[in-house]
Design a protein around this ligand. Structure first.
Ligand SMILES: *Cc1c(COP(=O)(O)O)cnc(C)c1O
Length: 425
């Protein structure tokens, strides 16, 4: 393809912007209207009894979720962050405990551990899945390790067989942060149904959304009850419910409103369709750009990958230019790609300064194993390499985009590779 690179003043491949709004349908509108007309915007009351579990829309959402995942329990909350926190508290995580978590994830996967007064211990990711590396989990286990926070990143899943084997061996609880992979499949099992608790997000930027919201799933009756108590001021409800183990039953207000419930019910019914749309666009785009050397395209390793984003490992020694320059050139052509994902979490100031609650370093000061709170640069080399040098990604493989939109992305890649010697100068 001819034409001067837009980065050097040439014409852009694409002038139209990519839109990223949610698909809202008749069902959501109808349900929201019903809620508004009823005048009951939240059905929760913090008291033993029917209203302890919320209103009609929230209950209907939970029943849809249970049907979809085939789990015994589903608990809707006001965010995935709340669900992660409630999940950690429910499995008994507390002061002095260590929880192993990958550093390449949305901050809340790790912050929920701090919120539970426990210590996040970071285990590196592996290149193939972008998810936590079971081999590094083993290295990070101490006598204080109580749980593993698995994150199914970018729409793919972590290596669950190995992770569950380690969990059984060391008697660790497993929470699956599935915020980026609702509907993904690991060897015929839905992601989020394999560990003790699965957590999902309904935030604006996720596959299905009610603006803010989240939910947890589990097959364990006691864990479900504890999450319900933590969601809804459990300390004043425990007695009325006949719950005698009140450890960690510090109730928050993590309740979902009827409006969010109403929107989520409609959204939830469209999850598979939205995922299929992503899968089709991702495969289409992959085919179009597979000929370029130096790009390692995402793999569908264990089953259904739901492409929350489209991640590519970029090899600058093969392509001949740095990742950051390549991304700049793509952006100049009107194609939104990011260089790296988030900064490895342990490099954020809360970890670098080991200051969270108060000024004295709680909960880090409760850590018995000094080596576990090593948050120095270099502790997770794969994550750092992805972040600093190799990962590029885009979120355009989603509704309402089409194959023609993917053609623009592919054209930009072709144009840049055709002009790579210009870029090298
Ligand atoms: C978005 C996200 C969260 C947080 O979800 P909220 O609903 O916004 O609290 C947690 N973990 C991961 C991996 C996420 O992508």
């Amino acid at each position: 393809m001819t034409g001067k690179l837009a980065l050097f003043g040439g014409e852009k491949i694409r002038n139209k912007s990519f839109v990223t709004c949610a698909l809202i349908d008749e069902e959501e509108r109808k349900r929201v209207e019903e809620v508004l007309s009823s005048g009951v915007l939240s059905g929760f009351i913090a008291k033993a009894g029917d209203a302890f579990l919320g209103g009609r829309q929230v209950k209907e959402l939970e029943s849809e979720i249970k049907k979809y995942f085939g789990t015994k329990y589903a608990i809707a909350l006001n965010s995935a962050t709340s669900a992660l926190h409630a999940g950690l508290l429910a499995v008994g995580i507390g002061p002095g405990d260590e929880v192993i978590v990958p550093p390449y994830t949305m901050s809340a996967s790790a912050t929920a551990i701090i919120m539970s007064n426990a210590i996040p211990v970071f285990a590196d990711i592996e290149e193939e899945t972008f998810c936590i590396d079971p081999k590094d989990i083993r290295k990070k286990i101490t006598d204080k390790t109580r749980a593993i926070m698995v994150v199914h990143l970018f729409g793919g899943t972590a290596r669950m067989d190995e992770i569950m084997r380690i969990a059984r061996e060391y008697n660790l609880k497993v929470i699956e942060d599935t915020s980026q992979a609702p509907g993904a499949v690991y060897k015929e099992k839905l992601a989020g149904t394999i560990g003790d608790i699965g957590v999902f997000s309904l935030n604006q930027h996720k596959t299905i959304t009610s603006g803010e919201g989240g939910f947890a799933i589990t097959n364990d009756e006691n864990l479900a009850l504890r999450i319900q108590l933590i969601r809804n001021h459990g300390e004043v409800v425990a007695d009325g419910m006949g719950v005698s183990d009140v450890s960690n039953i510090v109730g928050f207000n993590y309740r979902m409103t009827e409006l969010e419930g109403a929107v989520s019910v409609g959204q939830f019914k469209r999850l598979d369709k939205l995922n299929e749309h992503r899968i089709n666009l991702a495969r289409y785009l992959a085919k179009k750009i597979s000929k370029f050397k130096g790009l390692m395209l995402p793999k569908e390793i264990f089953g259904k990958h739901v492409y929350f984003v489209f991640p590519i490992i970029f090899k600058e020694d093969i392509v001949g230019v740095t990742r950051d320059l390549f991304v700049k050139a793509l952006n100049a052509e009107g194609i939104p790609f990011g260089a790296g994902y988030v900064r490895p979490i342990y490099l954020e100031p809360m970890y670098q300064k080991k200051i969270a609650y108060g000024k004295d370093g709680w909960p880090f000061s409760a850590c018995k194993n000094q080596a576990s709170i090593n948050y120095s640069k270099g502790i997770c080399p794969v994550t750092e390499k992805m972040h600093e040098k190799e990962l590029i990604m885009t979120g355009v493989i989603r509704y309402p985009h089409s194959e023609e939109d993917m053609d623009d992305v592919a054209k930009a890649f072709t144009k840049i590779f055709d002009n790579i010697s210009e870029l090298k100068k």
